[in-house]
Design a binder for this molecule. Structure first.
Ligand code: ADP
Ligand code: ASP
Ligand code: MG
Length: 407
């Protein structure tokens, strides 16, 4: 019997009625002749509420305790869903991440999955049960509970699908698939029928939070097709897979945005070997991921170095960079935490000139100032003022007349 892994996000399990709706969908999938493994998120905004509570009792909650606390949200959903299935006459069992064999490293709040030992899950499937696994959590070799980082239930689902050799990993959420832009910002945005892993990874990494980038990465690595669809209707959704044909590869297939951008500029840096390493090695050691880096070619042997981090990491990054800047004789460190990113993405852009010019033209027409620019082969990103991001997304969606292929 084929195994299908389904993941239901927070909005899809936000209350008792929604949990019952999910239970009915699971029973339909099982009745169609599949073994079903389900990964669930915490109900509604539970994770945010738990984070909030932690910061009410302590200024700096211990990472280990915070992970245990956050992991409880997902556990609540698994038990309620199992009870709902039982009430509908369907055998089901809830498992925590640890019980489902999700082994991780010990990096609390951003743990990585080292291994999935799915023996228990397989045993329960063989007994005929639907297996419901708490998303976003795992266990270390020392038996400590970890979490995988916000949005991590998608990663749990794809990791389980890979380990079980599932036919597909279905991610059910509150929108009808991966759209050409965030449908909350751009009403004309339409769901894509299909998209390749590579494009999806760029979209997810540059802000399209409908699927977590690590889940896409795992999907590509283990060649697991990922379906993203609504848990509220039966529309077809978007299939993320490796076999997208050239013909359906649009030039620019989507616009992504990210509102979580902060910039640090080290002003008046002496232009000599070793300076970049002096700044970026300690940042990496402090676990800070730096995104865009721009350094001007200097004429006077003094240059400015600008880079971006997420807003939540700005203070920590400044704690690392400010003393280094002083020690290398830089003039000052300036920060700006009210920035955002807009990106155009599409495999069709590869080796084709003119896209950057069109993007800059559209932003200039909207009188939006571009602060930094970065590119990959299939993406162009501009960093702009946060307040202008929504407008920029709409302008770009229109400028590139993003046509969405019909099924
Ligand atoms: P879940 O709780 O189900 O994991 P998320 O809130 O993490 O759901 O992701 C779904 C949200 O992603 C949508 O409500 C939508 O606002 C947002 N989103 C951003 N970009 C896109 C996009 N390109 N296509 C679809 N949804 C997007
Ligand atoms: N509940 C977690 C979060 O809100 C994980 C997830 O939903 O994927 O980030
Ligand atoms: Mg999500």
């Amino acid at each position: 019997m084929p195994i299908i892994v389904q993941k239901y996000g927070g909005t899809s399990v936000a209350d008792a009625d929604k949990i019952k709706n999910v239970a009915r969908r699971i029973i339909r999938t099982r009745d169609a002749g599949n073994q079903v493994v389900v990964v669930v998120s915490a109900m509604g905004h539970t994770t945010d509420e738990l984070v909030d509570l932690a910061y009410q009792v302590a200024e700096k909650p211990a990472h280990r305790e915070l992970d245990v606390l956050l992991s409880t949200g997902e556990v609540v959903t698994t038990t309620l869903l199992a009870m709902a299935l039982h009430a509908m006459g369907c055998p089901a069992i809830s498992l925590s991440g640890a019980q489902a064999g999700i082994r991780t490293d010990a990096a609390f709040s951003r743990a990585r999955i080292l291994e999935v030992n799915s023996a228990r899950v397989v045993k329960e499937l063989e007994k005929g049960s639907v297996v419901i696994v708490a998303g976003f959590q795992g266990i270390t070799a020392d038996m400590d509970t970890t979490t995988l980082g916000r949005g991590g239930s998608d990663t749990t689902a794809v990791a389980l699908a890979a380990s079980l050799g599932a036919a597909v990993c279905q991610i059910y959420t509150d929108v009808e698939g991966v759209h050409s832009a965030d449908p909350r910002l751009v009403p004309e945005a339409r769901p894509l029928a299909e998209i390749g892993y590579e494009e999806m990874l760029e979209m997810a990494s540059y802000g399209a939070k409908v699927v977590h980038p690590r889940a896409v990465e795992l999907g590509e690595l283990f060649n697991i097709p990922i379906l993203v669809a609504s848990s509220f209707n039966d529309n077809p959704g978007t299939l993320i897979h490796g076999g997208v044909s050239m013909e359906v590869r649009n030039k620019v297939s989507s616009v992504a945005h990210d509102l979580d951008v902060a910039k640090i500029t080290v002003v008046g840096v002496p232009d000599r070997p070793g300076i970049a390493a002096a700044i970026f090695v300690p940042l990496a050691e402090a676990g800070i991921s730096v995104d865009t880096i721009v350094q001007n070619a200097s004429i006077t042997n003094v240059t400015d170095l600008t880079f971006t981090v997420t807003r939540s990491q700005l203070d920590k990054a400044m704690e690392v960079v400010a003393p280094i800047a002083r020690s290398i004789g830089a003039r000052e460190c300036a920060t700006d935490s009210s920035l955002g990113k807009v990106s155009i993405i599409g495999t069709g852009m590869q080796n084709t000139p003119g896209y950057a010019a069109r993007m800059f033209g559209a932003l200039s027409q909207a009188k939006i100032n571009i602060q930094l620019i970065t590119t990959s082969e299939i993406r162009i990103t501009c960093i702009i003022e946060e307040a202008r991001v929504e407008e920029a997304v709409r302008a770009l969606h229109q400028a590139f007349e993003i046509e969405v292929q019909e099924k």
